[in-house]
Structure formats: C-alpha cells, structure tokens
Write a protein that binds this ligand. Structure first.
Ligand code: NDP
Length: 324
C-alpha cells in the first residue's frame, strides 16, 4: 500500500483526502513509478470541483509527475528499472507510487532535474502548442497573455520573447507584474488598477493584438475580444475564474470578423509521435536556458488541499510541485 490523495465527492479543497491505496504489479505495457515530484495544475481544481467531471469516483487526482521506474511489465520496450521519466496526461499522479502506461512516458534528459520535469510538462507542452501550433508566433506578433505571472504564463512570456513577439501580459498585482517582466513580458497591465482593454488599445496605438491567449474565462469575457485587431484570433484555453456562458456567435462578427478556438493540450499530444516531438522541443529550450521553469512553490503531497486553496486564491506565481 502507498499513500495517495483521493476525492470521493466533488467540492472545495477539503474533499482531498490522504489515504492508503493498493498499486499492484505492472500489467502489459505498463511500468510502476516511484514519484519524486508531482506537478500541480489548474485543471486539477476543475477535476476536484466537478467542473470537469471524472469518469469514476473515488479517484486519485493529478495528471503530471516525474519519478523513477521501479518495475517493468511485459511488452514494454526501451524502458528499464531506474530510468527517470515524466508524464502529463495520466490521471492518478497524486500518489507516492503508481502504474502508468509506458507509451505515455518520456525519459527526462540528463541536466533536467525531476522537480523541473514534474513542473514543466503540462504547462510547457501547453505553451508549445499555443505559440507554435494554435498561432505561429513570431517577430511580427503582438499578443495578449492573461495571467502572465502564472505557471503557463511565465513559460509563455519567455518562449514568446525568444520567438521575437511583443508580449502584453495581465497580472493582479505589481509584484506579479515585476515577475512577468523579469521573464520577458514586454508590457504589463495590473488588472486591479487598470482597464486592460483601454491599456491594450494604448499600447497597440488602437490596432489591437494579433492573438489573445485567455485562460481566465468568465471574468475576461467578452473584454478579451475587444483587445483583438480585425481578423484576430481569440484563444480561450481555460477557466480560472469560471467557465464562459453560451453566447451568440455573431459577436465574433461584430467585433471584427474574429477567429476563435478552444484548444486542449490532450489533443496535441494524443499520438506518441506528437508527444515525443513536442517534449523534445520543450526539453531543448529548457536545457538551453531559453525557458527557465520557475518552481516558486512546493508543498508536501499530503498538503495538496492547501496547494489547491493557494492556487485558487491567486496566491501563487509560476509553477508548483507537490512532494511525496
Ligand atoms: P496559473 O498559475 O496561471 O493560475 C491561475 C491564474 O489565473 C492566477 O494566478 C491568477 O493570476 C489568474 N486568475 C484570474 N482570475 C482568477 C480567478 N477568479 N481565480 C483564480 N485565478 C484567477 O494556472 P496554470 O498555469 O496552471 O493554468 C493557467 C490556465 O491555463 C488555466 O485556466 C488552465 O486551466 C489553463 N490550461 C489550459 C490548458 C489547455 O490545453 N487548454 C492546459 C494547461 C492549462 P492573476 O492573479 O495575476 O490574475
């Protein structure tokens, strides 16, 4: 038996319970991993609250972790006991040990520590597709990134700067603004003080942005649409403030023949080839120091409830890991 954090019912962070679970031996195509660090992501709070319902309850939360292989099942190629590995799309990460499908693992390259690996997979692969696939960000791009000092946000600022873009980032405090700037954000807007639509208009001489990346959801809709130039792209990819209610699609026409997309990382890494290619790109920018993963908080895994509360209270910056 090992310790894990499970939910039996949806609700606030108090539904996260620390309890013993059985892991068992790896089956065909599986390995058993001892987790050394678990990544905390906003989606974990949606799974906990029921905003994104889980297939079954009780369930062990968490999609992302890094650790060491301690047992290998039949028909697993290329992985051995002792290998350092990470994954990002397998529910059940909030546990000291677990079984996982071998074909969803990537080996952690030498030079990247397990804490960094656990913190960066989900957020880093998200930034990869947002900047390179959803929209091809380059030197001509002016983009708005909400929650620029968050986990996804700090990675996006650094990577977009490397790609040559002009980055406008929103934050809710001057302290967070300083952090975003230190990570490459060109212009910072403190939304507690300033109207972000007016500030974006000022910064872009009234033109608006090519693309808006919005992980806030309810609170920034429809204002985010007013930050786009004609034919601009609205990328709504999260609900930190709650989901956006149904709206009249004609709004996109009225606001300037806008494009809109609601992407998910899990489609972008569904095939083994896409997972390994995207992870190789991410490991490359991290190994070269182009993107630094700011692991600004860590909590014992058993205190996952506190970590969730802090994340939802906007009290964190950068990435967070839970330590088994
Ligand atoms: P963050 O570290 O960015 O934390 C969320 C941030 O959102 C807060 O720090 C806060 O920043 C901002 N925020 C604004 N309003 C609220 C609110 N009412 N309640 C809480 N936070 C608020 O989280 P992540 O980096 O883990 O994720 C960022 C977003 O990206 C989330 O919406 C997440 O679901 C989404 N996501 C989507 C993926 C996809 O493929 N679709 C994949 C990965 C993440 P501030 O105080 O500065 O405003």
């Amino acid at each position: 038996m090992v310790n894990a954090v499970r939910v039996h019912n949806y609700g606030d962070p108090s539904v996260l319970v620390w309890e013993k679970v059985d892991v068992g031996a790896p089956g065909v195509g599986q390995v058993r991993i001892k987790h050394l660090a678990v990544g905390l992501n906003y989606i974990d709070t949606y799974h906990r609250s029921g905003l994104y319902p889980l297939e079954t309850l009780p369930a062990i939360l968490g999609l992302e972790a890094a650790g060491e292989i301690i047992a290998v099942g039949p028909e697993v190629d290329g992985l051995s006991i002792g290998d350092r590995v990470a994954y990002t799309d397998q529910l059940g990460a909030y546990a000291e040990e677990r079984l996982v499908e071998a074909d969803r693992l990537v080996k952690i390259p030498d030079g990247i520590d397990v804490l960094t690996a656990a913190a960066m997979m989900l957020q880093g692969l998200t930034v990869h597709y947002l900047l390179k696939k959803t929209f091809q960000v380059g030197p001509q791009t002016t983009l708005l990134f909400h929650a620029a000092a968050g986990g996804v946000g700090l990675i996006a600022c650094q990577w977009a700067k490397y790609l040559g873009a002009t980055i406008i980032g929103t934050v809710s405090s001057d302290e967070k603004g300083e952090i975003a700037k230190a990570h490459g954000c060109t212009h910072v807007i403190n939304t507690k003080r300033d109207d972000f639509v007016a500030r974006v208009k000022d910064i872009t001489d009234g033109h608006g942005c090519d693309v808006v990346y919005d992980g806030i959801g309810k609170d920034t809709f429809p204002a985010s649409l007013d930050c786009l130039k004609t034919f601009g792209l609205w990328v709504t990819f999260g609900n930190a403030s709650g989901p956006i209610k149904a709206f009249d699609i004609g709004l996109l026409g009225k606001k300037g023949s806008l494009f809109a997309t609601r992407p998910s990382l899990f489609h972008h890494i569904a095939s083994r080839e896409d997972l390994t290619c995207s992870a190789a790109d991410l490991f490359d920018v991290v190994a070269k120091g182009i993107v630094k993963i700011s692991v600004n908080q860590n909590y014992p895994l058993r205190d996952a409830a506190k970590a969730h509360a802090d994340l939802e209270a906007r009290a964190t910056t950068g990435s967070t890991v839970l330590l088994p």
